[in-house]
Ligand binder design. Structure first.
Ligand code: B4P
Length: 182
């Protein structure tokens, strides 16, 4: 199986859910920037206090904060990883490219989870996280369209993008993903 992966898709598409399953089966390092930021918030660190205000509005935390979180973990790990929710804009994608060149670990596959807005909203409202209310969700979807979706073409042009239908049960989506990665 491919061992340097990136999961891309709109908020609520199931990136975290699927990344968790894939990493549990394969032993890859699961690196979710959303989770790592929420850990900083729960621990009450300075970084967490700064990030919480931004996340509660549905906006993106600064590129440098996110990069420093990722860099610390990736440079210590060379047995395969899955990046979930990072990068989220072109500037983060370029910072990541530089970092991966430095440690000679290029991405093998970018997996895009496709799903329509109505279902995303339904999933997020039933999850009920602090940043899952209608106003914040609509801002997160707008930010995805404006800032994150250009990454689809960016990775398509590099020839490493694969799309998977994210509609269906968790198990259905998981078996579609495994087919693509194996
Ligand atoms: P994330 O933690 O990345 O969360 P997400 O995109 O909202 O969700 P994900 O796609 O992982 O969906 P999930 O599996 O949970 O980001 C949160 C915030 O952190 C961002 O808004 C931003 O502020 C900040 N942030 C993170 N990374 C950043 C970065 N790189 N730069 C700047 N800021 C950053 O699934 C959603 C729900 O659907 C769950 O309840 C799940 O149980 C359910 N579900 C999943 N699959 C399903 C299925 N097949 N059927 C039914 N339900 C399903």
């Amino acid at each position: 199986m491919k061992s340097r992966l990136l999961f891309l898709g709109p908020p609520g598409a199931g990136k975290g859910t699927q990344a968790h399953l894939i990493c549990k089966d394969s032993g890859l390092l699961h690196l979710s920037t959303g989770e790592l930021l929420r850990d900083e918030v729960s621990a009450g660190t300075e970084l967490g206090k700064e990030a919480e205000l931004i996340m509660n509005k549905g906006e993106l935390v600064s590129d440098l904060i996110v990069l420093s979180i990722v860099e610390k973990r990736l440079s210590k790990y060379d047995e395969g990883w899955l990046l979930d929710g990072f990068p989220r804009n072109l500037s983060q994608a370029k910072l990541l490219k530089d970092l991966l060149e430095k440690i000679s670990q290029p991405i093998e596959t970018v997996l895009l989870l496709n799903i329509d807005d109505q279902l995303l909203i339904k999933r997020m409202l039933s999850r009920g996280r602090k940043d899952d209310n209608e106003e914040v969700i609509s801002n997160r979807l707008k930010i995805y369209r404006d800032q994150t979706s250009p990454l689809v073409d960016y990775y398509k042009n590099l020839g490493i993008l694969q799309s998977v239908n994210g509609v269906g049960t968790v198990e259905d989506v998981n078996s579609r993903i495994k087919k693509v990665l194996n």
